[in-house]
Design a binder for this molecule. Structure first.
Ligand code: MAN
Length: 399
């Protein structure tokens, strides 16, 4: 099939063949069936397995009220996902800042006792670096442009979500969360939901743990992985009597931004650390990798959906397959992304070229991921677990 490039209208799954694109105006599709056309900036092979929801984006910043008067919801992104009382729930990250006034740059932080403060700089001040829309650097000191908290939205159909009246708002608390809390993974172990999320403050970026059984009362367990660490996903079953977590420490000199595995007797104290997966020079995950939500048990191993990014901050999704009984053994891994920023809402936004997931639901062979697109809006997509497994390449021990 030869066709001229169309404006992107819709993305479908390409489960039966690869789509070959060139940087000219035509492409050849190995799949016999007629498929909608994907645009891609360079002459790369795309093997995007995702079936994006037609309703995407399913949630935008304007769909949620700010936490306090005077704030604006700038981004709605990166939800944790769980089932509770026969509904699908998203624990969304709400990133806020005050309405920006011309010539000024302002952003909120929390005091350790929970009061909201707004810091303001002259945008023309030479000590101010605004080159990354996510970070403000002033005189060598880093802040975030927005302050994030977590909110609960529920749905009967997994597509249309609303914030129930009276539902809890989870704010940063204490001196380790003064720049907010972000990107929460929700793992259910026995009857308890465990929330692992990014804690941000001027002390650094680490992983916090809170737990709940009813989504009303929460137990704060404090920081379980100290800076610099994020992207922590708990396995939802014990293995050989121990709890396991994937996490992502960052090592600035030797090493890098790699996925690690840790073991614990109680979910609070972690040890026996092992490094599972490096970023890979020349690949789609060349600069950093980080776990998505809880690993999925399959008959051939634990399937972990993870994000990988290049130095240019293009965030795609891939997968790792871990041994069922010895989860520190990586059996297979994606050589090409299973999903990459192709739709306009993934390519452009607050921080474009980003697909980031930290929440999913599994039903038989169906995996539904919920994800932040371009750090701006929330979207969803379906995968066949078998298709993901079939796309992986054996690692033969390589990290
Ligand atoms: C980091 C995290 C995410 C964010 C991506 C892309 O990995 O802070 O919250 O979505 O960057 O900006």
């Amino acid at each position: 099939m030869i066709s001229s490039v169309n404006p992107f209208r819709e993305v479908w799954a390409f489960t039966e063949g690869y789509l070959w694109l060139s940087n000219t105006v035509s492409f050849r599709c190995k799949t016999a069936r007629e498929r909608p056309i994907l645009q891609h900036p360079k002459g790369l092979m795309i093997n995007d397995l995702a079936q994006r929801f037609r309703e995407n984006p399913i949630l935008r910043p304007q769909d949620i009220r700010p936490s306090v008067e005077g704030m604006e919801v700038t981004c709605l992104l990166n939800p944790g996902v769980f089932r509770f009382e026969d509904k699908t729930w998203l624990l969304v990250r709400v990133a806020e800042r005050p309405a920006q006034v011309p010539g000024k740059t302002s952003f909120p932080i929390l005091s350790p006792d929970g009061h909201l403060e707004v810091l303001e700089f002259n945008s023309s001040d030479p000590r101010l670096d605004l080159s990354d829309p996510r970070v403000i650097t002033f005189d060598g000191r880093d802040y975030l442009t927005t302050l994030s908290h977590l909110r609960l939205l529920s749905s009967e159909d997994g597509i249309h979500f609303k914030e129930p009246a009276q539902s809890r708002v989870l704010m940063g608390a204490g001196e380790l969360e003064t720049y907010g809390i972000e990107d929460c993974r929700v793992s259910k172990i026995d009857r308890t939901y465990y929330l692992t999320y990014t804690q941000v403050s001027d002390n650094g970026v680490g992983v916090g743990l809170r737990s709940t059984r009813d989504w009303n009362e929460f137990v704060q367990e404090g920081m379980i992985f100290p800076p610099h660490n994020k992207d922590c996903a708990l396995f939802e079953e014990r293995i050989g009597g121990s709890y396991y977590a994937l996490h992502r420490p960052s090592s600035p000199e030797l090493g890098g931004n790699y996925i690690w595995l840790a073991e614990s007797p109680d979910l609070v104290h972690w040890g026996r650390h092992r490094c599972l997966a490096h970023s890979r020079e020349g690949f789609w995950d060349s600069a950093r990798v980080g776990a998505g939500a809880a690993p999925i048990r399959t008959s051939v191993g634990w399937l972990e959906i993870y994000h990988g990014a290049t130095k240019e901050n293009r965030y795609c999704l891939g997968a790792l397959l871990l041994d069922l009984n010895e989860p520190w053994r990586v059996l297979a891994r994606s050589e090409t992304p299973i999903m990459e920023p192709l739709a306009p809402y993934e390519q452009e936004g607050f921080f474009g070229q980003v697909i980031f997931t930290n929440g999913h639901l599994v039903s038989g062979d169906h995996l539904t991921i919920y994800y932040g697109a371009a750090d701006s809006v929330i979207c969803a997509a379906r995968f066949s677990i078998q298709s993901i497994l079939a796309s992986l390449a054996p690692t033969a021990g390589a990290k």
